[in-house]
Design a protein around this ligand. Structure first.
Ligand code: PMP
Length: 455
């Protein structure tokens, strides 16, 4: 059996709708995936890991079809990317038209309209009605780096403050900004300097500390250990992603923004994971009316094509000198076409409302599970960004072993779930907003059975 599908089969198959049901026709991984995984081991650097050893052939709605014909329920969206659905119809059409017109000119050489239109859309959609500018890049990490460059150019200061449990990427500066050592930083130093870490608000592990008190605690660390006059920017995920889907207590973010404004510090929201309808609002900042000076977006912006952006106050964004920002591929025309189609899909299909429906459905089911299982310490998140934090029964001690066990059991039954958290004890759910309720229920049934079996 060969590991690659006949190209004609793939083409024909791609025109057929994908049955929206979980369907296992082999053990997981199936024989074609096993064969391809052996080739991966021989060809791909070992450092590039995989969550499921199952190779994708097609995907759409809430299903990933593997090369053995198994239908898996997608509760991961390729880590919060295919928010509008995988191979979403408008995105496919827009990219096909663009790829036939031209694939690349480099925006810095001969520009094109798509880039400008994406910048206009970002300036319109991001929080705040002040005058804005945007710049486009390829990955979340690259955009975070550029937000720091811009904040430094504007403030003429160097220090950067990030938070406990924060994740900002895998480049040298963003590794320094990321909290967790293993697997992101271990052995890869030395890291960029002038990055300082402040304590976060973490309601599940912080009981009694409200948002205002947690902000005062963080500000005290910043003032005593960094000094506002040295600080270019504070960079924070409004809901933490890799760190464990931690929602700070109400009032934490607004208090930080107020302090930044009063001290001439640029407040940067890293919405790489939370942006573009994922949390039931266009941006997570919107839930508390937070208006960041700069906002970093990626992932869900372009339906699966690589694109990221920094958007913010015109006077800050324009502080970088001409030629100081850019890159060969930043704002690639295919990615821009995809982004415009993804944004149109979010707006015309009211996908923020769909994310809120998914939140209600998932939280209802998970709360019922929690009521019967004292190893589920916390259920949290917003929209289609929901997590359960697992602990040793009746305590707050993290249980990464159980987390792995439940995730592996779900994988074996054809449900793609991801884990996260500094202690690796958080199951996270990031379904595409194109998923149907029946698949969500089936996925949660599998999860429920996995919890029961792990007793
Ligand atoms: N910031 C956040 C909040 C993220 O979740 C991620 C990716 N998980 C990044 C930055 C880095 O994005 P990328 O992997 O596209 O570089």
């Amino acid at each position: 059996m060969t590991a690659t599908l006949d190209p004609t089969d793939t083409l024909t198959a791609a025109q057929e709708p994908i049955a929206q049901e979980r369907r296992l026709v082999t053990d997981l991984p199936g024989p074609r995936s096993v064969e391809l995984m052996a080739r991966k081991t021989g060809a791909v650097a070992a450092g590039v890991g995989t969550t499921l050893p199952v190779f994708a052939a097609r995907a759409g709605g809430g299903i990933v079809v593997d090369i053995d014909g198994n239908h898996l329920i997608d509760l991961g969206s390729g880590i919060a990317v295919t928010t509008v659905g995988n191979a979403a119809p408008r995105v496919v059409e827009a990219v096909q038209a663009q790829v036939a017109a031209f694939t690349h000119t480099c925006f810095m050489v001969t520009p094109y309209a798509g880039y400008v239109e994406v910048a206009e859309a970002l300036n319109r959609l991001t929080p705040g009605d002040h005058e804005k500018r945007s710049a486009l890049f390829n990955s979340g990490a690259e955009a975070v780096e550029n937000a720091v460059k811009i904040a430094r150019a504007h403030t003429k200061r160097t220090a950067v403050v990030v938070f406990d449990h924060g994740y900002h990427g895998r480049t040298n500066l963003t590794m320094a900004m990321t909290a967790k050592n293993m697997p992101y930083k271990h052995g890869f130093g030395p890291f960029a300097s002038e990055v300082y870490r402040a304590p976060l608000s973490y309601p599940f592990r912080d009981s009694g500390v409200d948002g205002a008190a947690a902000a005062a605690r963080a500000i005290d660390v910043i003032e005593k250990q960094v000094g506002a006059e040295n600080l270019a920017c504070v960079v924070i995920e409004p809901i933490q992603g890799e760190g464990g889907f931690i929602e700070p207590a109400e009032g934490f973010l607004p208090a930080l923004v107020d302090w930044c404004r009063a001290n001439g510090v640029v407040f940067v929201a890293d919405e790489v994971q939370t942006g573009f309808a994922r949390t039931g609002a266009m941006f997570a900042c919107d839930h508390e009316g937070v208006v960041p000076d700069l906002i970093v977006t990626a992932k869900g912006i372009a339906g699966g094509l690589p694109l990221s952006a920094v958007t913010g106050r015109a006077e800050i964004m324009d502080a970088a000198h001409v030629g100081g920002l850019g890159g060969t591929y930043g704002g690639n025309p295919l990615a821009c076409a995809a982004a415009l189609a993804a944004i149109e899909t979010i707006e015309s299909e009211d996908l923020t409302a769909r994310a809120r429906e998914i939140e209600a459905l998932m939280k209802d089911r998970l709360r019922a599970l929690q009521a019967a299982d004292d190893r589920i310490g916390d259920i949290r998140g917003r929209g289609a960004m929901i997590a359960v934090e697992l602990v040793k029964a009746g305590t707050t001690e993290p249980d990464p072993v159980l987390t792995k066990q439940v995730a592996s059991a779900a994988h074996a039954q054809g449900v793609i779930v991801l884990t996260c958290g500094t202690h690796g004890n958080v199951l996270r759910f990031l379904p595409p907003l194109a998923i149907g309720d029946a698949l969500l229920h089936d996925g949660l049934d599998v999860l429920e059975a996995a919890f029961a079996a792990s007793r």
